[in-house]
Design a protein. Structure first.
Length: 140
């Protein structure tokens, strides 16, 4: 159940991030509250794992604040909520795979002169792609 809810959240955030280059925090937090409720009735991981997953998103929010918005605050909030669903290791895998995909994509954009060095790229679609890789691995 949680896998499909998280897939819906990441799909919605990806669509919005591509379209508007920002994320609406209100519905992300609603998904987070829903994730907490789902874990009360259908626990997938321990509370300690969830806390580590949330910590990763909180750390990203802190770095967003330090960088004065170079890293999106909405991406940090999204990672807090994915931490509720995936736990610490799952969220770490989601983040680093998404980061690797975003780096490869950005490098390609720079090489083919589609973007310049200081332009931004939507990060949520790479989190979605990372999650799809994780889902495919779990199914196989």
């Amino acid at each position: 159940m949680q896998k499909f809810v998280l897939l819906g959240l990441l799909s919605l955030c990806s669509w919005e991030d591509i379209r508007k280059k920002e994320l609406t925090v209100a519905y992300i937090l609603l998904f987070g509250i829903g994730g907490v409720w789902l874990h009360l009735f259908f626990p997938v991981c321990s509370i300690y794992s969830i806390a580590w997953g949330i910590f990763l998103g909180a750390a990203m929010m802190f770095f967003s604040w330090l960088s004065k918005g170079s890293i999106g605050m909405g991406d940090g909030v999204l990672l807090v909520v994915t931490g509720v669903y995936l736990g610490g290791l799952g969220n770490l895998e989601l983040f680093f795979t998404g980061l690797l995909l975003a780096a490869c994509w950005s490098l390609g954009l720079l090489v083919f002169k589609r973007k310049r060095g200081k332009e931004t790229v939507a990060f949520a679609p790479f989190l979605l792609a990372s999650y799809l890789f994780m889902l495919a691995r779990w199914l196989l």
